[in-house]
Design a binder for this molecule. Structure first.
Ligand code: 13P
Ligand code: SF4
Length: 389
């Protein structure tokens, strides 16, 4: 059955334009989107490269791109997949900038990681800058609590934030393993500074670790001392960075109420980047990999309202005609930056590789890489392997 909610009329803006910020110019000519030969050109270029290229595709990518991915996955699975392909000379990452950075950190020095469009950033990752996080750490030190605080950053952050966590005894997490990572952190400290997604941090702390909402405070980097008193910093168990996903943050609790009336018997399945009030009303919460597995394993005829990125929900609806799949909220749209990776950009990357030219390589500087790898490796070394752990 086709997706039962009408498509949104616009694509959600996703923050600053990394093109402008990083001063990037597009090298070479981009094949026009209407070129009917694009599928064939991508196929031929990929075939010519053979084992030398490995294409990773995040679940939020467009179908036209996903069809060429050697593996698809959520952030956690793709990080592991990238690390497990040392023989591939080129890793083409169909996802966003922070994912390609993580792949560069986890792959060998001779491997080259390519992001087909450098404008594919992430507004959430842009909400935590290193200088702001260092100011926050100073505020925690002034309050006398930095030493008992473990910094934990969501994968959706820049490499220098991961490096900050790595060199300060902290760790990286993804939406697949946030509970396990927070348990690890609370075995090592009394408090956690959770970057940059307040919603994933709050939802995991309260719903999976049993903390009270009152144990959590929100640190606003735009305010002196994060807008918090010294007592608040001292009393909190969970210090949440004031960041959010501009896609998942738009799902509302009203939409959950409305779909339960509209589709009797529906189960609401949402990503933990959604607001706490939405997650509280949902039936099931989990990463993209979890969402896919849940739908795949459900009884035929099940009814689902899914709150995550639209490319994935549409694909699920196409792949599971035996289920009734509804997009949770009409006003939520594609992730604009994920959608930057389209077939023209993929063809451009692959054809240039065939010609021996590496366009849009993502390279993390060696110091940042060393420290960020500490945080990533601590995460990868934790036991448990699947979205359902
Ligand atoms: P996961 O891949 O961890 O489910 O995260 C979703 C997301 O927002 C990626 O940008
Ligand atoms: Fe960033 Fe949200 Fe887009 Fe993921 S879906 S890349 S967190 S803006």
């Amino acid at each position: 059955m086709a997706i039962s909610s009408p498509l949104p009329l616009f694509v959600l803006g996703s923050g600053t334009d990394p093109d402008t910020e990083r001063g990037v110019e597009c090298p070479g000519e981009l094949p026009p989107a209407s070129d009917p030969q694009l599928v064939e050109r991508a196929r031929r270029a990929k075939e010519a490269l053979g084992e030398r290229v490995f294409i990773l595709g995040h679940h939020y990518q467009r179908d036209e791109v996903i069809q060429f991915a050697d593996v698809t996955g959520d952030s956690f699975k793709l990080a592991k997949d990238a690390a497990a392909r040392p023989e591939a000379e080129y890793i083409v990452f169909c996802g966003v900038h922070f994912m390609a950075e993580s792949a560069d950190i986890l792959t060998g020095p001779e491997q080259r990681v390519i992001l087909p469009d450098l404008a594919a950033g992430c507004s959430m990752a842009d909400m935590a800058r290193l200088a702001q996080v260092e100011d926050c750490w100073d505020a925690l030190a002034d309050a006398g609590v930095a030493e008992v605080t473990v910094p934990v950053t969501y994968m959706n952050s820049s490499a220098d934030i991961k490096a900050f966590c790595g060199r300060n005894g902290g760790v990286v997490c993804t939406s697949s393993n946030a509970k396990r990572v927070l348990e690890w952190a609370y075995e090592r400290g009394e408090k956690v500074l959770f970057l940059p997604d307040q919603h994933l941090g709050r939802n995991t702390a309260v719903l999976q670790l049993g903390l009270e909402l009152g144990d959590c405070v929100v640190y606003d980097p735009r305010q002196p001392n994060g807008g918090l008193t010294t007592e608040q910093l001292r009393d909190a168990k969970m210090i949440l960075w004031k960041g959010h996903c501009s896609v998942h943050g738009r799902f509302t609790a009203d939409a959950v109420d409305e779909v339960r009336v509209r589709v009797p018997g529906v189960k609401v399945l949402v990503h933990p980047e959604c607001q706490h009030e939405v997650v509280l009303k949902a039936d099931l919460i989990g990463s993209t990999e979890f969402i896919i597995a849940t739908v795949r394993e459900a009884e035929p005829g099940s009814k689902w309202a899914i709150g995550t990125e639209l490319n994935l929900v549409q694909r699920l609806a196409q792949e599971h005609p035996e289920q009734e799949i509804t997009f949770l909220e009409r006003n939520v749209c594609y992730c604009a930056t994920m959608n930057r990776i389209d077939l023209p950009h993929l063809v451009q990357s692959l054809e240039n590789l065939v010609e021996g030219r590496v366009l849009n390589q993502i390279q993390v500087d060696p110091d940042t890489e060393r420290d960020a790898k500490l945080g990533l490796q601590r995460m990868l070394d934790l036991p448990g392997d699947t979205a359902r752990d």
